[in-house]
Design a protein around this ligand. Sequence first.
Ligand code: NAG
Ligand code: NAG
Ligand code: NAG
Ligand code: NAG
Ligand code: NAG
Ligand code: NAG
Ligand code: NAG
Ligand code: NAG
Ligand code: NAG
Ligand code: NAG
Ligand code: NAG
Length: 858
Amino acid sequence: MEYIPSRICFILLVSTLVASQAPPAWVPLAVRSPYFSAWNNASSPLLNTPNFWNQPGVLGWTGMIRVDGMAYEWMGGDQPSFNSTAVLGWEVTPTRTIYRFQAGTSMQVNITFLTPIEVDDLVKQSIPFSYFYLDAVSMDGQTHELQTYVDISGEWASGNRSETMTWKTTQTDTSTFHQIQLSSANQYQEIVDQAEDTTTYLATRSAPGVDSVVALLGQSRQTFAATGALAGSIPQSSSSISDNGRFPVFSISVDLGNILKTTESLMWAVGAVRNPVIAYTTPLGAVQNRAPYFFVQYQDVQSAIDAFLQDFEDARNRSITLDTKILGDAAKISPALSSVVSLSARQVIGATDVTVSQGSDGSWNASDTKIFMKDVGSSGRVNPVEILYASFPFFLYINPVYAGLLLEPMLEFQSSSQYTQAFAATDLGTTYPRATGNNRTHSQGIELSADLESFPNMSNLLIKGIIGVQAMANISQALGNSNDSILFSNHTQSLLQTWEASAIASVGTRVLNTYGDENSWTLAYNLYADKLLQTGLVNQSIYSSQTEFFKGLSSSSDAQETQFGMPIDSGSSSLSASGIATQADAAWTVFAAATMTDPSVRDGLLQPIYQHIVSNTSNFPYSKVYKLDSTGAVISGRASPALGAFFAPLALSLPFQDIVVPQSISMPSSATTKSIVGPVVGGVVGGLALLSTVVGALLFWRRRQRRQYPHVEKLGVNQSGLRPPTITVFDLSAAPGTASQIDSSVEPSSSSNRNQELLAAAFSSAGPILTSAKYREAMRARDRLQAISPVSAHPVTTPTTNSDSSPTSPASGPVAASPTTSGGLPEVQGLMTEVESLRRAVQEMRAERVEAPPSYSQ
Ligand SMILES: *[C@@H]1O[C@H](CO)[C@@H](O)[C@H](O)[C@H]1NC(C)=O
Ligand SMILES: *[C@@H]1O[C@H](CO)[C@@H](O)[C@H](O)[C@H]1NC(C)=O
Ligand SMILES: *[C@@H]1O[C@H](CO)[C@@H](O)[C@H](O)[C@H]1NC(C)=O
Ligand SMILES: *[C@@H]1O[C@H](CO)[C@@H](O)[C@H](O)[C@H]1NC(C)=O
Ligand SMILES: *[C@@H]1O[C@H](CO)[C@@H](O)[C@H](O)[C@H]1NC(C)=O
Ligand SMILES: *[C@@H]1O[C@H](CO)[C@@H](O)[C@H](O)[C@H]1NC(C)=O
Ligand SMILES: *[C@@H]1O[C@H](CO)[C@@H](O)[C@H](O)[C@H]1NC(C)=O
Ligand SMILES: *[C@@H]1O[C@H](CO)[C@@H](O)[C@H](O)[C@H]1NC(C)=O
Ligand SMILES: *[C@@H]1O[C@H](CO)[C@@H](O)[C@H](O)[C@H]1NC(C)=O
Ligand SMILES: *[C@@H]1O[C@H](CO)[C@@H](O)[C@H](O)[C@H]1NC(C)=O
Ligand SMILES: *[C@@H]1O[C@H](CO)[C@@H](O)[C@H](O)[C@H]1NC(C)=O
């Protein structure tokens, strides 16, 4: 086999060697918006106080069941004050976390935490509530007296326990609920990532035997344990959250009577409503306070609560349907994949808010729907482009409408006069929930800084840009602007020629990390965009040789193991020179895995990702970037939506659709559009943020014709005519370290070979870091200038957009033409015009969909 850089060694391990005995560190309990994110420390099932995504043990939340006068706690962290239920087992599916308990010797109790993912209903998706429910059955054939108790504390309302909260309890024929909020809500503020403007709810259906009370913690729980009833109501309706350590709690008890089993699930809902959810700067520069989308259907929160509670059985059915679909699709690919998609689904969509604006007449404008994403776990930015890119496989898989609505505010902002930069914005604002736009110049131009690496001619980054230019060619073609399409295509071809000549190892066996550096390698995860978009740019032989390369590494004898995967490229090891330990990126690794042509190599990349999840190394929700040493410690991206990347192999399995554009969409004049080609092609070197957006737009386009949710249609029968697989669960009690596939009627594909290999990597020495923001800046400016069509309706103005962009003249760059004219305002306007027309087109297409968009007006 060919030369392997000596500082990089790999081995393959058989998976049985590394099958973990440990569960994942944290599992989701109620994760539905950036500020509604409750998790359990899985290492002691439910017996700790639940966690906010970045803080252990801060969300007071307790559950007890009382059997024949003896109380058992199943959630809360109050041992040894109460006996606890014994844990029999637990499972995680994409929408549910399920615990099986035993209370004493006589009752078996299941508690399920269900956070719906509503694939085709934006109203339902935007209701910020999450279910939890109890099923119990007698183990001895005898009936037993049962009472249940749940409560939450005011800790859900703020990250500052000294603040004053107020509360209110409502009991109607339909529902019983507590609501808690700060007495002076600080709009759009957060403390330790918890919002200061949340109203938290604990609710259940009203029924005989249902009672509710607000009492001090000790008194409330002790009274229930002793008597099975609630008492000790505190007279006032406000206090500080902690009340000097006495913590008022908001409780609901239900007396189930003397029963053999629960005939239907006993259900509660916990919720965290913010209104408004986001401050959005409109194209005219006004700050718009946007509301949760459910207001288009429900006039107030109470109506939404009633509807949510009444919808429970249907919601559960939909969730089970979705879980079955996701896990079935994943199991066809790899068992490791089933497990990671189960753990990531709620965290991905839980980083978003679905919003609507209010017209001047005060009515909701249901056609103005926008989705916002917080960069949870990292920067806290609004709709961060590189995280959207990573997360898109999830959204495309569940329903591409979500992807479109996430892109729309980006396109709208960038096409407005509010946005003045030549290249695309990196996000819509630096601090969620203020989508006030981001005018920042970004000197790097390329993804912020491409995985913390900074050197020129990165093959992986360049191919992403080239795919982006081709995507523009396809979009132009679809819009009937064949002149632009030809221009983009021509540029693609010349860029691709350079790429193929420089990015592939001389013996043709892998993609090099850096043009011409024969000692380097890269996962080349951006090849995934070529596969997904079917731009048809990358030669099949490149995929094969990449696959062979990672497979061939197994035969290296000079090997050192790390069980948690590999860095994204040989450049990462250079980071150790700057004190940053060698690290893996779970999202990009799965992108790369999805491009492998050999299932065993793909699984060899997936398995360590799974291994890291179950290694319990992090004490936090699953993260995007982590250390590759034995600690596996989190570096960044706890609970990050970027892990929508885990759905990358699933998104590839979706049916491909041609781009179809409705007749009504008109293009701007060719003179205007011509000037776009320069910035876009220049962007290959300088502005990949835009290209990500374009790629995203194309993705949305690509799938737009899919009727709501094709998976649902097919659920009855799978392709081979077999009934669909039953749920493949992530059942840690049953089979540590593996997903247990319950249904044997579905043959595992060759890819799910249990004896799959594990690819591991280790590094010793460091390479140089080339810092070249300046260089790239120059290249960017130069290429932008070079590619501009001499024909332009706009007078060419002299000032360049960047004062520090005096084009140096590197021997040759990816774009071969020579500088002819200067850039500046016209091309910016052209860019904006193009982006605006793209946005309009997307919008119109949505409007023209034969089927209504998800439940706008039911
Ligand atoms: C725990 O259960 C035992 C019997 O199993 C009982 O004696 C004891 O009082 C219980 N403790 C509490 C705190 O309820
Ligand atoms: C609890 O869940 C297990 C496994 O899904 C199931 O077999 C059992 O019947 C459930 N128990 C109750 C009381 O619903
Ligand atoms: C927490 O709230 C208290 C009481 O309102 C206030 O005095 C204190 O400054 C707050 N702390 C922070 C960090 O906001
Ligand atoms: C849920 O699905 C089951 C099985 O398909 C069906 O029998 C039941 O009626 C459904 N429940 C609701 C509320 O739709
Ligand atoms: C509703 O939103 C759409 C899309 O943003 C916009 O075109 C329209 O003018 C809005 N209508 C009102 C009444 O504000
Ligand atoms: C961006 O910059 C322009 C020009 O300085 C300014 O008019 C606009 O308000 C800025 N937009 C935002 C969102 O800051
Ligand atoms: C994009 O255009 C290329 C070249 O014309 C073509 O091969 C490819 O199929 C197109 N892709 C899509 C998604 O239309
Ligand atoms: C694109 O390339 C073809 C063949 O190389 C050439 O004939 C054509 O003129 C080019 N078109 C444009 C618009 O550059
Ligand atoms: C999780 O629980 C285990 C066992 O009780 C404990 O050792 C660990 O510190 C907990 N982790 C967090 C983050 O609370
Ligand atoms: C495309 O280019 C040709 C030749 O330059 C020109 O005649 C034609 O009008 C252009 N078409 C469009 C739609 O701009
Ligand atoms: C980038 O790659 C091109 C083409 O291989 C090469 O000519 C150029 O020198 C490289 N630039 C740097 C800074 O290495």
